[in-house]
Design a protein around this ligand. Structure first.
Ligand SMILES: NC(=O)c1ccc[n+]([C@@H]2O[C@H](COP(=O)([O-])OP(=O)(O)OC[C@H]3O[C@@H](n4cnc5c(N)ncnc54)[C@H](O)[C@@H]3O)[C@@H](O)[C@H]2O)c1
Length: 447
């Protein structure tokens, strides 16, 4: 038995014992199925995109604010368990000159009634993580495209569910990874596409954001996000750091995630914060957390390249997504942004990105509406919403598809498994069932 075979067999046995059933799905496929040229899924074009929005808290409201400014968009229904949030979104929608949306506020599964009742093209959700898949699945089963905030799914089973429902119903299921559209990320993609860094060999990304105050707030994400830290240990939020660099490595489009190993360190930040900010009898003081404050997950790709993904949200620190892309001729590193290109930069010295922007600015960032966008993380959210609507209206494949949603989101359950198993490697499922080999790379798209 070869080393890799014995490792896979071992892992599958371990995974099965842990209920990671989805791993075995790829092995049930014909072993030698020849890859066919993959044509990315596109739906028929539509004049107008009628949207039902589920979950209009912080991030959902920001999407609503963007979407109501776009031609060919109508938000016809809004669902939230908090009637005040739904009413606030309705106010934004009517202030933009649209008809008042139908409101669905009868509890946590009222999105089912929305999906059953409303004539919609797209259901867009920005609910807490555990609701993303139920909402997307309900949408697709009722003939609507789905878009979800990040991460798209929490478990491997859920990742497969998104893939299988999207394929079965022939619907888009897009994970809205806004960081793919940030200015530096798109400039770097353009540099990569133009070969400036040579052959890309390694990348790093992460979500390094002191969220202690947010997690302990008695509103918004404080109502649900901290709870994950009481029962889960791994990389709980991988997609912001990983999405943009995965695009530079053509993940799902010429390369794919093969396996990962993951390590979490001690859990201190939330305990310390609770002790320092709440009286001894507060319920927060009775919570215990298992989420290691710093998680590092290392991914090997099918083509032998490496990606390091960090998660660090419980400690005092300035914000960073790392954003490193490295090739045979040079590299980019974020936070702060800097570039080194052999033969172009002064030897062994970083350059600032303003030396590259005039020549390599991505066309999306030459678009005035993005530069002037005032809501949504400085314009990147506007661009991701704009591109989704454009692709739907023009009948184009979406920039990111259900396979990206599944692959990027699967880092979380795989990292949890690896952390729980002495950081042993674990294989990624191939959600594309081999089509990653022949799917064309994401090009340099226009607004
Ligand atoms: N891409 C980004 O930059 C970014 C930024 C923030 C949050 N997010 C993501 O957006 C999602 C929402 O985060 P947020 O910060 O807006 O949280 P939030 O708590 O502010 O908003 C969540 C909203 O969903 C509602 N809700 C909860 N359960 C529901 C259900 N079953 N049905 C309908 N509505 C329900 C809540 O009442 C609330 O209005 C999360 O997945 C988060 O990871 C992404």
């Amino acid at each position: 038995m070869s080393e890799s075979l014995s490792r896979r067999t071992l892992l599958e046995a371990g995974a099965a014992a842990l209920g990671v059933a989805a791993l075995t799905r790829t092995s049930a496929l014909p072993a030698q199925a020849a890859p066919q040229a993959a044509v990315p899924f596109a739906a028929p074009p539509m004049e107008e995109v009628r949207i039902g929005f589920v979950g209009v808290g912080g991030q959902g409201t920001s999407h609503v604010e963007n979407l109501v400014t776009m031609p060919g968009v109508r938000i016809v229904a809004v669902c939230d368990i908090d009637a005040l949030h739904a009413a606030n979104a309705a106010k934004i929608i009517t202030a933009a000159g649209q008809a008042p949306p139908s409101l669905y506020t009868r509890g946590p599964t009222d999105f089912l009634r929305l999906c059953e009742t409303e004539d919609l093209d797209l259901v867009f959700t920005a609910t807490p993580w555990e609701w993303h898949v139920p909402v997307c699945v309900a949408a697709m089963r009722h003939g609507k495209h789905a878009a979800t905030e990040v991460p798209a799914a929490v478990t491997l089973e859920e990742c497969w569910q998104l893939v299988e429902e999207a394929e079965k119903h022939r619907k888009h299921c897009v994970m809205m990874e806004n960081c793919n559209y940030d200015r530096m990320e798109l400039m770097v993609l353009n540099l990569v596409r133009q070969g400036v860094f040579g052959e890309i060999l390694h990348a790093e990304g992460g979500y390094l954001h002191d969220l202690r105050e947010v997690k302990f707030a008695r509103e918004g994400e404080g109502l649900w996000r901290r709870a994950h830290a009481t029962r889960r240990n791994g990389n709980l939020y991988p997609t912001h750091g990983l999405g943009p660099v995965a695009n530079c490595l053509n993940i799902n489009r010429g390369d794919s995630f093969a396996f990962l190993v993951s390590m979490s360190g001690p859990s201190r930040g939330l305990q310390d914060y609770a002790r320092e900010h709440f009286p001894p009898d507060a319920p927060e003081r009775k919570e215990t957390y298992v989420l290691g404050d710093v998680n590092q997950s290392l991914i090997k790709t099918a083509n032998g390249r490496t990606l390091l993904v960090g998660h660090d949200t419980n400690l005092p620190r300035p914000y960073s997504r790392i954003h490193q892309v490295q090739g045979t001729r040079g590299l980019f590193q974020g936070y702060p942004s800097r570039v080194y290109v052999e033969g172009r930069s002064p030897e062994h010295q970083w350059e600032t990105p303003d030396k590259y922007l005039p020549e390599f600015e991505h066309p999306l960032w030459r678009f005035d509406q993005a530069k002037n966008a005032t809501t949504g993380h400085g314009g990147m959210d506007f661009l991701e919403d704009w591109r989704l609507i454009k692709c739907l209206r023009e009948g184009l494949p979406t920039d990111m598809n259900v396979y990206d949603a599944a692959a990027l989101s699967s880092v979380t359950p795989l990292s949890e498994w690896s952390v729980a198993n002495g950081s042993r490697p674990i294989d990624f499922p191939d959600f594309t069932r081999g089509r990653w080999q022949t799917t064309p790379p994401w090009g340099i798209v226009e607004a």
